[in-house]
Ligand binder design. Structure first.
Ligand SMILES: [Zn+2]
Length: 482
């Protein structure tokens, strides 16, 4: 482990616990990884034997040192992991614990933090690369204080515990600006708090269309459809499949040309996008529903309209009519496959010729995790895997990733996520098929066998061989989708 980037290191809690915060801060050292007998630490000095002796006595382990040249960066990392000792009165404690939880979520690249009340006390859970994991136990007193600290920071009424509330927190954490979206919901054991991390720069970079990890054919198809002056582009996939990310990336792509007026109708507005007029739907009160918003938006001369979701025939109908009157409409539908998008639209009682003449592109997508580049290993695929993914069993050059886990990925073996896609472009043949009343199977057969576009599973198979994801990840999403 030479040449480590101290800013990117993720240290497991059990390793942190080996060294008290006061010692780590005084010596400016950060433990990185360890087992029963050994401990690896980061330090600016490799030959401070007095300090090493002290640490060996303290931890009863053989201590080895990785040299870090940037003393400031190391100090910052130490301060992040060991903000201050958690002693003193409970209110102070809760503030520190909150900082520490947010810190840790950032280190682990978590998307959400959940403060979950239990019968006695509570627990902090985090969603990392789409998966939930438990992180910290909270005793009763601390849970109550922590809940108040968060609600005060989000400017919520701390006395109101019986209705769901939402708000925002903007905080400065060691010079970094962090935005959190806060939502509370009453449960039988108390208030459950969900904090979504909105880190600005990361998401901007991730949401560039070219960086979503699309296969080149798919990328070109989507770009061509976005360049069209009118029509509908529809995305499908279960919740958490990255549809919103693709929609935002499409809006950003369109924004770059600067020539079109972009309007979005969302429920809720996930994050502000510069250059887009965003309208929030209030589906609960029925005051601003998708179709009401869509109707009024049309009077404001938009060129491109993003509608969060087409849930009913009425919204579908307005979307189709908007496309017919010269607008480009981007939206999502709840189905599992690209061919399902076409049939779902028809099932909303929209006339086949209307669907045929407006729909440009049907997309299905999923998210899979990418292996951690620090601990990834490769092996040859097994015979059954070759059969399953359509690989040549005799090709000895094929390699697939095995995940292991290390201190950079919080021992999960994964770091980051990637989209898998399938697309059906609505060309002359597909238009004819729609009008003829072809079924889902026919559309899929045409796209994947005639046009030779990759299906979700084929896209996954290619990305496994490219080392971008694993057999296990692709299996997990394709076994539930077909
Ligand atoms: Zn790793």
């Amino acid at each position: 482990m030479s040449n480590i980037d101290i800013k990117k290191v993720v240290v497991p809690q059990e390793v942190l616990d080996l060294i008290p915060g006061s010692v780590a801060r005084r010596l400016n050292i950060l433990p990185l990884t360890g087992d029963e007998d050994n401990l690896l630490i980061a330090s600016t000095e490799t030959d401070n034997y007095a300090a090493l002796d002290q640490l060996e006595n303290l931890t009863a382990r053989t201590v080895e040192v990785v040299e870090v040249k940037d003393s400031d960066a190391l100090e910052k990392a130490v301060r992040r992991y060991y903000p201050a000792d958690l002693t003193g009165n409970t209110a102070d404690n809760a503030n520190l614990v909150f900082d520490r939880i947010v810190n840790r979520a950032l280190q682990l690249r978590a998307s959400d933090i959940h403060i979950v009340p239990l019968k006695h006390g509570g627990i902090v859970r985090m969603r990392i690369d789409g998966q939930m994991r438990s992180d910290l136990d909270l005793e009763e007193g601390l849970l109550a204080e922590l809940t108040s600290v968060i609600k005060i920071a989000a400017e919520l009424d701390i006395a109101e515990r019986r209705t769901p509330l939402d708000g925002n927190i903007n905080m400065d954490l060691f010079g970094e600006q962090i935005s959190l979206r806060v939502a509370t919901i009453p449960t039988i054991h108390g208030e459950h708090i969900t904090l979504r991390l909105l880190t600005q720069d990361d998401s901007e970079a991730l949401e560039k269309l070219a960086k979503l990890g699309m296969d080149d054919q798919h990328y070109q198809l989507l770009r061509q459809s976005l360049e069209e002056p009118n029509g509908i582009i529809l995305l499908s996939g279960p919740t958490g499949s990255g549809k919103t990310t693709t929609l935002y990336a499409s809006l950003r792509y369109l924004r770059e040309s600067g020539k079109r007026h972009l309007v979005s109708i969302e429920d809720p507005v996930e994050k502000p996008v510069h250059g887009v007029t965003q309208i929030k739907v209030d589906s609960e009160s029925e005051r601003v529903t998708f179709n009401k918003a869509l109707r009024s938006v049309l009077r404001h001369d938009p060129d491109v309209i993003m509608v969060g979701e087409i849930r009913d025939g009425e919204t579908g109908d307005i979307a189709v009519k908007s496309a017919l009157t010269g607008h480009l409409v981007l939206s999502t539908l709840h189905t599992n496959s690209a061919s399902g998008v076409i049939t779902r639209l028809l099932n909303l009682d929209i006339a086949p010729f209307m669907v045929a003449s407006t729909l440009r592109l049907a997309i299905a997508q999923r998210l899979v995790r990418t292996p951690c580049t620090h601990c990834i290993e490769f092996r040859q695929p097994a015979a059954d895997e070759c059969r399953e993914f359509g690989w040549d069993e005799n090709d000895k050059n094929l390699k697939v990733a095995t995940v292991k886990g290390c201190s950079f990925c919080g021992n999960t073996g994964y770091s980051g996520r990637l989209g898998l896609y399938e697309m059906i472009p609505v060309d002359r043949n597909v238009r004819k098929m729609i009008i003829r009343g072809s079924d889902e199977h026919d559309f899929a057969d045409y796209a994947f066998n005639k046009l030779k576009l990759p299906s979700l599973k084929e896209d996954g198979a290619m990305k496994i061989l490219a080392g971008k994801t694993t057999v296990e990840e692709v299996r997990a999403i394709t076994s539930t989708s077909t």
